[in-house]
Ligand binder design. Structure first.
Ligand code: AVI
Length: 321
């Protein structure tokens, strides 16, 4: 330590030097209704926890969507066309794309985009090993921001792939803005998108409150991440996972609820949490098939085919643009 450092008080880092996560946490915890953006769930541990959620008995979306791919991949591939560049938004474990890639006619490239860079590269390397002939071009990026797609894709028919109902994690205005941008980037091609449907609230409640507590761990991972990356002092036992269906808003809301009156320090700043106060961490909107087709139309797509399971749990939409 230099003399100068010894005599100066540690001051909080200048705002422009803060990470995006730091800025979001400081801003979200300063709001009258505390919130944290759900995209920060997906650090390395969060991505693994999310994969575990997808395997849960209560979490119907993944297995229902996978069954739709298994049953209809050939029709989906036919709608997409031959020699396409498949661009996946929020690629995760890539397992859904694999079902589609098997059915596609000579795909030119597969571009998985994900915010979790290390995880994405590991998954892309594994895919490349299994399919040495496929041109895999992973892109570590936040797909809600403007994207720089690889130059070599400018000639190919571009088809977006957005499974898992990740669109449900955006509010109406964000979903519309995302779809508009996607329609512009994919002009002349189309998009296959998975959308979770409105259903019996008990089924929804169980899916976001699993008995094994994996969703709770996924939610609390935001606090684990803040403790590690932002020198925060969250006591994980002093917050509870709280998830419920809000029928008026047609969405599942996830929160972290403070179990007592407490102060928590984050990057040297103190935040007060009253007992019962919550931090809103995620929304997961549910749609009707017609409601979603209307939104897609508003964004400039022409909705074509729809696939859904017999119980009406989940839907996959082929949209052209
Ligand atoms: C990624 N996304 C579509 C999931 C969902 O269902 O909204 C994230 C999730 N949150 C809790 N469980 C799963």
């Amino acid at each position: 330590m230099s003399n100068l450092e010894f005599f100066t008080h540690p001051s909080p880092p200048a705002p422009e030097r803060l990470s995006e996560f730091a800025r979001a946490v400081l801003e979200g915890l300063s709001a009258p209704e505390k919130r944290l953006p759900c995209k920060f769930f997906y650090d390395a541990r969060g991505s693994v926890l999310f994969d575990e959620i997808c395997e849960l008995a209560e979490y119907y979306p993944t297995r229902t969507e996978m069954a739709l791919f298994r049953a209809h991949a050939v029709e989906m591939a036919r709608a997409m066309g031959e020699e396409i560049a498949l661009i996946e938004f929020g690629a995760g474990a890539l397992s859904k794309a694999e079902l589609l890639l098997d059915a596609l006619d000579r795909p030119r490239a597969y571009v998985p985009i994900d915010i979790s860079g290390d995880y994405l590269r590991a998954m892309a390397a594994r895919l490349k090993q299994a399919r040495p002939k496929l041109n895999v071009l992973p892109l570590a990026a936040d797909f809600t921001k403007p994207l720089a797609l690889p130059q070599c894709l400018s000639q190919a028919r571009r088809v977006g792939f957005f499974p898992g109902s990740t669109i449900g994690n955006m509010d109406g205005a964000e979903a519309l803005a995302f779809l508009r941008k996607a329609a512009a980037v994919l002009k002349g091609g189309g998009m296959l998108i998975g959308v979770d449907l409105i259903k019996d609230p008990q089924i929804l409640h169980a899916a976001y409150n699993d008995a094994a507590g994996i969703t709770a761990a996924f939610n609390k991972n935001l606090l684990v991440r803040a403790n590690r990356e932002l020198d925060a002092g969250f006591d994980l036992d002093a917050f509870a996972h709280y998830a419920f269906y809000n029928p008026a808003q047609r969405r599942i809301e996830m929160h972290l609820m403070s179990l007592k009156d407490q102060d928590v320090t984050v990057l040297g700043r103190r935040f007060h949490f009253a007992q019962g106060e919550t931090v809103h961490t995620e929304n997961s909107y549910k749609y009707t098939i017609e409601g979603f087709r209307g939104l897609a139309r508003q964004a400039g797509f022409t909705p074509r085919l729809v696939w859904s399971d017999k119980d009406g749990l989940f839907s996959l939409h082929w949209l052209e643009c």
